[in-house]
Design a protein around this ligand. Structure first.
Ligand code: GDP
Ligand code: MG
Length: 163
């Protein structure tokens, strides 16, 4: 029996970068530029000995602050319903932003099983944001660098119970 992991979080925190790392192919679009719209993307992930399904939530890149909440709520709720566990990613360099708090609230209301990932944590720049992430009330964050492949062992340990 395998499990499904949904990667959720506001735009630009590094969800697709991690998705691509886990899937090993460029299935998800990684783009800094606004105007790129995607929906939910599914791939076969491997991490150490684990094999699982991973869902990347996107399609929020065009959203403005006002439209973000409705769209993100819909996409995130759909992903949460499809998944056994969610990886909620925040940007440890940016710190906790209002949109992160909206996501945390959606996940709490859905009673989703959540792993909190503080991404972009390579080097010193992510330290403040990592401590900030505790304030989301979703437990101890896992320090990740999706781009540099750091924190993958810790992520593996967090996912093992779902395998
Ligand atoms: P998404 O919108 O959440 O899917 O975010 P993306 O995966 O598209 O990444 C947004 C930007 O953050 C891109 O420029 C990535 O290269 C960058 N990024 C992703 N992961 C990391 C990381 O671990 N460290 C740093 N410094 N940048 C990252
Ligand atoms: Mg993306």
């Amino acid at each position: 029996m395998s499990f499904t992991l949904a990667i959720v979080g506001r735009p630009n925190v590094g969800k697709s970068t991690l998705f691509n790392r886990l899937v090993g192919r460029k299935l998800a679009l990684v783009d800094d530029q606004p105007g790129v719209t995607r929906d939910l993307r599914e791939g076969d992930a491997r991490l150490g000995p684990l094999r699982f399904t991973v869902i990347d939530t996107a399609g929020l890149e065009e959203a403005t602050d006002e439209s973000l909440q409705g769209r993100m709520r819909m996409l995130t709720e759909r992903a949460v319903e499809m998944a056994d566990v969610c990886l909620f990613m925040m940007d440890a360099r940016a710190g906790v932003m209002p949109a992160d708090q909206v996501f945390a609230e959606i996940l709490r209301k859905k009673s989703a099983r959540v792993i909190l990932g503080a991404n972009k944590a390579e080097g010193k720049a992510g330290e403040t944001g990592y401590y900030d992430a505790f304030s989301l009330g979703l437990g101890e964050p896992v320090q990740l660098s999706a781009e540099h492949g750091e924190g993958m062992d810790d992520l593996l340990r967090m996912l093992e119970p779902f395998a």
